[in-house]
Design a protein around this ligand. Structure first.
Ligand code: C2O
Ligand code: CU
Ligand code: CU
Length: 505
């Protein structure tokens, strides 16, 4: 065993936990029999060469046997629910055909991927209409990481994700592949997409019935689209690629026996130094890759993963060959560029709760650019949450188009697992988190709270990454175009369209 310190803390401010929300819906242990955890299949490339990868990603409807009885109607990417895992190799040029087979428009947002905005990035400016397809192409240029793809048709992002449009994206590279980590996908390297749902009559989702402007929740944990999952452990060490894919829920994770685990990667890739924990909290959209060592268990044992005190995955231990691999104290070097002299600190203020949420005292406007940064510059961004310390909430702040560094929290060191590349950071009430941010690609990008109902409700802004030698103008989407399209697709008048996020704007 190593001499590293073992943290036993969730770090975030306890009074701000979602458990204190007026509308908090506690998780409940599902009463249905345990079922094998679904492992999303890797998406097969249409073609792959030494330099290029070609994929088709299809947003589709489907049905899944989630609970005994009637199947649940769902949406997914290349699968009925959630999706197949999409794998990119760093350095290759990626060509993707995006196909929409849903009854309404959606978008394909690559959360955490460094690509140009706003079209390739896939936010609200890049709708793909039903029955249509488009192509994107980009060079994958970032370290190995666990990212994700999700729908982003503002202000209906939350509903699309709730119906199932979210899936894992894995970037691979030659550095991570030499580290002593498990990487046999599906066997000792598995994604865990953490979500919660509420099942209504006939086992169906009903987003509007569950709507809460502070974030939609349900009592049933749904992990990789499985209710009450178990996983058969056949190796001593298991790598879990944790993704908080919930609309609002925070996941406070720990194992039975307070089993220690090691976090080796955060949102944007491998951490410079691994961090040992017994407890870990993930706010919406955050990822953590952890390695769990089952060396002290024997066949027949079960190790349970909990969120607060509710079991969410049962790891059934089987025979495995002993594995004494140690995780080194230093893993990778990551960039920490100097701030460009003479640049100003960007300020972002997240305020309010419920329908009142805003960013810099404004509601989101697709046509307005709120901030600008020169491509290649390295600048500080100070992100504040003005919620009250005693009854406010943690707002997970996310930026498209970058992997940033977290510099400080109210002037103090960030949490021990925040020394890597990140694209989402939970900001406590009364706190200012300083980020160091740089961009490689031009474009218009979004920054927002990743409680998805907050982003739909207007706690979102846009910035342009520009090059003074190459001025560009962008044709930005507008709310009327999207609303008219949704109304037509849903067969209602615009006035009768019920998209709750829109009502809050
Ligand atoms: Cu996960 Cu604006 O995105
Ligand atoms: Cu994103
Ligand atoms: Cu928020």
């Amino acid at each position: 065993m190593s001499n590293r310190k073992v943290y036993t803390d969730y770090f975030f401010d306890e009074p701000a936990y979602n458990t204190h929300d007026g509308g908090f819906i506690p998780l409940e242990a599902p009463k249905v029999p345990q079922k094998a955890l679904a492992i999303p299949e890797p998406l097969k490339p249409d073609e792959e060469t030494d330099t290029d990868m070609y994929y088709t990603v299809t947003a589709q409807t489907g049905e899944v046997q989630l609970l005994p009885g009637t199947k649940t109607k769902t949406w997914g990417f290349n699968a009925p629910l959630l999706g197949k895992t999409i794998i990119f190799k760093n350095g290759k040029t990626i060509h993707i055909t995006l196909k929409n087979e849903l009854p309404e428009l959606t978008t394909f947002h690559w959360h955490g991927l460094n690509v140009p905005g706003p079209i390739t990035d896939g936010g609200c400016h890049a709708p793909v209409y039903p029955g249509k397809s488009t192509q994107i192409e980009f060079k994958c240029h970032q370290p190995a990481a666990t990212l994700w793809l999700h729908a982003h048709p503002c202000p209906s992002t939350a509903e699309h994700v709730w119906k199932g449009l979210a899936t894992g994206v894995i970037v691979k590279d030659d550095i991570e592949s030499k580290l002593p980590f498990p990487r046999n996908y599906g066997v000792d390297d598995i994604p865990l997409i953490l979500q919660d749902r509420h099942f209504h009559e006939n086992n169906q989702f009903d987003y509007l019935a569950d709507y809460d402007p502070d974030g939609v929740q349900g009592p049933t944990p749904m992990i990789n689209g499985t209710i009450n999952p178990y996983f058969d452990v056949t190796t001593q060490r298991l790598r879990l690629r944790l993704l908080n894919g919930a609309n609002r829920r925070e996941w406070r994770l720990h194992f039975s026996d307070d089993l220690k685990f090691t976090q080796v990667a955060s949102d944007g890739g491998v951490l410079p130094e691994p961090v040992d924990f017994t407890h870990l909290m993930l706010t919406c959209a955050e990822r953590a890759e952890i390695i769990v060592n089952f060396g002290d268990y024997k066949p027949g044992d079960t190790v349970t993963l909990y969120c607060d005190d509710v079991p969410i995955v049962h790891f059934r231990i089987h025979q495995f060959t002993p594995d004494n691999t140690k995780i080194p104290d230093h893993l990778v070097d990551i960039p920490n560029p100097e701030v460009t002299p003479g640049t100003q600190v960007h300020k972002v203020v997240m305020s309010g709760m419920d329908e009142e949420v805003m960013m810099n005292d404004k509601k989101f406007d697709m046509q307005r650019i709120d901030d600008r940064q020169k491509v290649g510059n390295v600048e500080y961004w100070d992100i504040s949450n003005t919620n009250d310390k005693s009854n406010g909430m943690v707002h997970p702040y996310h930026m498209h188009g970058t992997q940033f560094r977290v510099i400080s929290r109210n002037g103090q060191a960030p949490y021990p697992n925040e020394n890597g590349l990140k694209d989402t950071v939970g900001v406590n009430p009364g706190e200012t988190v300083r980020l160091k941010v740089w961009f490689e690609h031009l474009g218009v990008f979004m920054n927002h709270c990743h409680i998805i109902e907050h982003e739909d409700g207007g706690m979102m802004a846009q910035f342009e990454v520009y090059d003074p030698d190459q001025p560009k103008t962008y044709k930005l989407m507008d709310m009327d175009t999207l609303m008219n399209a949704f109304a037509k697709e849903r067969g209602v008048k615009v006035a009768d369209l019920h998209i709750p996020g829109m009502d809050n704007m």
